[in-house]
Design a protein around this ligand. Sequence first.
Ligand SMILES: [Mn+2]
Length: 293
Amino acid sequence: MLKQDPTDHQENLLNGYPPLKLVNRKTENEQTIVQVAGVKFGGVDIVVIAGPCSIENKEQLWAIGNSVKNSGARILRGGVYKPRTSPYSFQGLQDDGLKLLSWIRNEIGLPVVTEVMDPRKLELVCQHADMIQIGSRNMHNTPLLNEVGQIRKPVLLKRGMSATIDELLFAAEYIVKLGNNQVVLCERGIRTFETFTRFTLDISAIPLLKRLCHLPVIVDPSHGSGHWWMVPWLSKAAVAAGADGLIIEVHHDPAKALCDGGQSLLPEKFQTLMTDLKALAQVMGRKISTSEN
Ligand SMILES: [Mn+2]
């Protein structure tokens, strides 16, 4: 049990509520390290994942993949199965996108993370990706959680846009219960009454999840705001609040992006952010993960 502050009026959070068995933090120093092709989440290093919302074509993936790698991203993101609100919106390149994912991974040498929505695609995606993302819309999809619990690949579990903290922790518990303890949690914004931002990024979720649970916690400031110009501010806020990593959308031509252009950073803006994050991480007693580690 964590050493408790006598003024802590939320002791129930540390005394077995929510009633988790595996992902709850039992001692102050307990911390799971999640490894993605040698990149470690949960230690001193802060891991930055970056890339396009969706993989659109070879040229786009090449341009963005190289630029984010050169700026210091350790893992490349890229969606191939896109959960879109409208069935008439671009749904991703689907299976064809997986081949591009394998191609870029071999070309630039960065591990890749991509989302799986359909359990029937999991085996195929595992052949191409280093980390499997469960998106916000699927956090409550228990058949999918049960499937990723049985694989031996790290999982990026995003908080449902209307999910409470305990619902997120229980979703993680589903995965870990089946033997896969390589789970990274991701705060990505929740639905509130505010409409200027796409979602409201819940910064308080970071220290809360870190206190309740021993899994690494990362933040998605791109979906968390919906506005590219907010992304650097929210990225820095996340690092200041104790995040173990960030996942950021970057596009070389946001105006022409097939998905989420308005929240994607230009490569040069991402580069500036990485420089700022290095200085901030140091103040926080941490550092931005680099390939030299
Ligand atoms: Mn997106």
